[in-house]
Design a protein around this ligand. Structure first.
Ligand SMILES: NC(=O)c1ccc[n+]([C@@H]2O[C@H](COP(=O)([O-])OP(=O)(O)OC[C@H]3O[C@@H](n4cnc5c(N)ncnc54)[C@H](OP(=O)(O)O)[C@@H]3O)[C@@H](O)[C@H]2O)c1
Length: 313
């Protein structure tokens, strides 16, 4: 891993930080991204100290904004000679509906649209690092256990009918569909893509994302669901590392994986205990027409967002 340069959005906390730490411990150069500069600097210091790797860097970017995703891609391309892996983990969970300065519902913006907007401009760099038989890898962290999460094309910002569950299902559906569609678009004529893209869906994981939960979830999740089903960020990181490095996942692309919960013991493999499995996507999610539709909507929203004036930074 020492020769690898890896970008981890959401690498300043929770699951992303655990993944960044696991990669840094293996000697990779790791760029972590978060919106909060103090937290980012602190996480950077902690990761360097914990892993003894001084090639961990923090870059601040507010990934609720498409314009910021573009700025981040430009900065990474300018400052780092290569990029081998991209881990898209930044995410939020809020009880109340809100919109970003670019007019997009916040969950859809942070947990999905920024991922779409960041991936496109970084693909040339990733493709340049990938070789046949040793592809660059993109991994998305999203919610597991959702099949065919409905995307509300007619009201993508959920202005008419917002609920926490509706936004979660929409974001999961968008991430799943994006991974499959992006893999289609990265397919190589020789059957050996230079860049692969997969998704690891997780259930209940003990992280600070809970601060944004509505009251009923603040009670139910830590008292009931977490003791019964909860996983730690380190367990998710171990699985992510396997997907990012294990030879058996070389060339695997457009795949959705689901992390086990606490009730389900891991499966023994030659590499150790595995706590995830590949799942079959729902019919709608796997439909190329749905993939195209989401892609076109995402391009349209991203293009509109580029024209919205932002307050001076
Ligand atoms: N924990 C769970 O139970 C669970 C379950 C299902 C899915 N997931 C998914 O797993 C992913 C990671 O969640 P987590 O539990 O690790 O959350 P977390 O501990 O709250 O960490 C979230 C990370 O995302 C970053 N982030 C949030 N908003 C951002 C923004 N606008 N711009 C840039 N970075 C931003 C945060 O940095 P800043 O605070 O500095 O912005 C932080 O580094 C998310 O996509 C989440 O939806 C988690």
């Amino acid at each position: 891993m020492e020769s690898k340069t890896i970008l981890v959005t959401g690498g300043t906390d929770g699951i992303g930080k655990a993944i960044a730490g696991a990669l840094a411990a293996k000697g990779a150069e790791v760029i972590i991204v978060g919106s909060n500069p103090e937290k980012g600097v602190r996480a950077n210091r902690e990761l360097r100290l914990a892993t003894g790797n001084d090639r961990v860097h923090f870059v601040q970017a507010d990934l609720s904004l498409v314009q910021e995703a573009g700025r981040l891609a430009g900065l990474v391309t300018a400052q780092f000679r290569k990029l081998d892996q991209l881990i898209l983990c930044a995410g939020i969970f809020r009880a109340q509906r809100s919109e970003t300065a670019e007019g997009i519902e916040s969950h859809f913006a942070v947990n999905y649209l920024s991922r779409f907007a960041l991936t496109g401009p970084l693909l040339p760099r990733l493709a340049a690092s990938g070789k046949p038989g040793a592809a660059s890898r993109i991994l998305l962290i999203s919610g597991g256990g959702v099949k065919d999460g409905k995307i509300h094309y007619e009201d993508i910002n959920l202005r008419r009918n917002f609920s926490v569950m509706r936004t979660v299902l929409q974001v999961c559906g968008a991430n799943d569909t994006f991974v499959i569609e992006q893999a289609r678009r990265l397919a190589a004529p020789d059957g050996q893509p230079r860049v692969t893209i997969n998704l690891l869906g997780v259930g209940v994981v003990r992280t600070n994302i809970r601060r944004g939960f509505p009251l009923w979830m603040k009670v139910l999740v830590p008292l009931v669901l977490s003791p019964l089903l909860g996983q730690t960020p380190d367990q998710i990181a171990e699985s992510a590392l396997s997907l990012l490095t294990a030879p058996e996942f070389e060339g695997v692309t457009g795949a959705l994986f689901k992390h086990f919960d606490r009730l389900r013991p891991g499966v023994r493999t030659p590499e150790g205990i595995r706590r995830f499995e590949r799942v079959t996507p729902g019919k709608r999610t796997a439909d190329p027409g749905e993939g195209r539709r989401l892609w076109e909507l995402s391009e349209e929203l991203a293009a509109q967002a580029q024209h919205i004036a932002q307050p001076a930074r």
